[in-house]
Design a protein around this ligand. Structure first.
Ligand code: GLN
Length: 246
């Protein structure tokens, strides 16, 4: 068994060590004797998503999102849309999450027409939504509680054909108003959570890995690992954040 990971725009979209999510996925597979490889796809490179089991896109500022737009619109957008419909597993963070939506209108009025794989859009606001977060994933997204960190000014609004990834307990989530966080459509999981997100949320990491491996190999249930260190980090943050919430 082997997981083939595609890391799209790793040099442009990698805020707050988002790439650490890949290290975490690979390590959790390795501990179970499962192989993986990562292909880094940059601006100008060809993207053929049928060659992969999991697509990862990190976050970036408005500036970087605008920089990569011509490359995205030169064919990668259609490739991503088709792969998402076909059930490719994806984890996309913040700027990368916004990028799979219909569009992003920045606070200074620049409109970025994005991929349109997910029925959602984002509008820049004056408020910067920043800080640690706690959110509860829906049962379809594994049902775990995630500790995260967000920093965005874009407010994301979900359309009727996507579901939220989670319900916010602490923090802003998609827009600071409707208590939703992230999005889930087919096998795509979008989130505002940087950090990187996965090391202190091992249950969510395994849910992603199982989703991706199951699509390729048929029902895969990963064996449990000794997650005491990860769980302690998770639980300490959970206690701190929920104690101080207003
Ligand atoms: N540029 C986007 C925003 O501020 C995304 C930022 C990010 O990826 N952290 O909304």
């Amino acid at each position: 068994m082997k997981l083939r990971i595609c890391h799209l725009y790793p040099d442009v979209l990698n805020l707050y060590g988002d790439g650490g999510n890949i290290i975490c996925m690979q390590q959790r597979l390795k501990w179970r004797g499962i192989d993986s490889d990562v292909t880094r796809v940059m601006i100008g490179d060809r993207l053929k998503l049928s060659e992969y089991d999991l697509l990862f896109i990190g976050g970036g500022q408005d500036f970087e999102q605008e920089v990569l737009l011509p490359d995205l619109q030169s064919g990668k957008d259609t490739e991503i849309r088709a792969a998402v419909e076909d059930g490719l597993t994806a984890l996309t963070i913040c700027g990368g999450y916004q990028m799979l939506g219909q569009y992003y209108e920045t606070y200074d009025g620049v409109r970025c027409d994005f991929v349109g794989a997910l029925d959602l859009y984002t509008v820049g606001s004056r408020t910067r939504m920043i800080g640690n977060t706690v959110f509860h994933c829906t049962p379809e997204c594994g049902g775990s509680t995630v500790i995260g960190f967000e920093n965005h000014s874009g407010k994301t609004w979900l359309g009727s054909t996507v579901e939220p990834l989670a319900k916010v307990e602490v923090g802003f989530g998609n827009n600071g108003e409707d208590k939703t966080e992230g999005a889930h459509y087919k096998n795509v999981f979008g989130s505002y959570s940087h950090g990187p997100m996965l090391p202190k949320n091992p249950a969510f990491c395994d849910h992603l890995l199982e989703t991706a491996l199951t699509r390729r190999y048929g029902a895969v249930k990963l064996e449990p690992l000794d997650d005491r260190a990860e769980q302690t980090a998770h639980d300490n943050m959970f206690r701190r954040l929920t104690k101080h919430k207003t």
